[in-house]
Design a protein. Sequence first.
Length: 418
Amino acid sequence: MTLAAGVSYNTLVVVAGVAAVGFAAGVVGSFGVLRRRALAGDAAAHATLAGVALAFLATGRRDLPVLLGGALVAAIAALGALVLVRRVARTRDDAATAIVLGVSFGLGIALVSGITARGIPGGAGLEQFLLGHAAALTAADALLLAGASAVAVLVVVAGLKEATLVSFDPAFAAATGWPVTLVDYALVTLVAVMVVVGLPAAGAVLVTALVVIPPVAARQWTDRVPTMLPLAGGFGLASAVVGVALSAAAPRLATGPLVVLVAAAIFTASFFFAPRRGWLARRREQRAVEGVWTRGRVLAAAAAPAGEGFLRHEIAARVAGVDAAARRRFDGAWLALVREGALVPARPAATGPADPAGAGGRWRLSTEARGRAADWSRRMRAWDEIVRTRPADARTSLTIDLPDPGTIFRDDATRPPH
């Protein structure tokens, strides 16, 4: 059956099911990322293959609800084993995760291979759960995935306040009486549920990407959880729709890997172009801060010479030395100070008027610039005193742009020594 728009009915079914999973995975995965439980989700994902195989062996049925039920039991068992290994064997989180992930995935591969090798009736095709089999979804399967995804999102919305508090400040949540352990386990269980629901879409190997990549991409755009959740869900939904569309246009390409690649492309774009946390924005901010810092050092160095002024290379030697990068920053700071009138010619060069780059002639600071230089020097002395007497406060408050200590500390420690 083909719709008028030229999109097959099966494609619409796949889009609906995978899009629901993508949206819910982004929303639920946000708390997994914020609580740093992404690797726990990966361990649960790799255990699902064993659950699928055991569910088939126990029932002899290939119904998706039965297989996903077995996958969920295996995922929760893997999370329990992860907690047990960490506590009993006193093993680090990464090592415990690697142990549980490797053993459970190895068990799953062995079971699926054994079922195929023995030719058990109905066992062919279970290996599709490795990379997903979205193209084989039926309308009933899509409804199942969409329903489970909707329930997971509703649970997150209902417990949004508690989940946010536990994710950001578990110590305060415990002190105020919240059941931190219970909420934490509930969040991890929700991640396991979404890992299981995402199995038909991406498979045991790639499904973790659905609950990790969209939230990490959304985190680049916002610092607020109420904004991050729908944004992550939107990224997951967009990844699913575009991935399915690409798979439909190129039928030989598996849907799950394409969905993950689209999500990775969204993350890459977010990493570079997000307005505040993106790499380009952070790079611009870093350059601006370096410019402010270097101009302050130039002003402080230029305030020292008296008499007929100073030469440009004298200040460059004091501020930049021989470091090439520092020299480039000095050049930019010098030109900026000349353009804004902080540096003015004191005596032209013998061959003509001084050029803005200051290659010849002497320079002096304007009256306003001398005030700025004095303020910069005062801040430097104040911060030196704070670093010497209160290093802990300095570590938490001092930034590269050298803020005025008086705006942070309100006591005698901000007064520079005389």
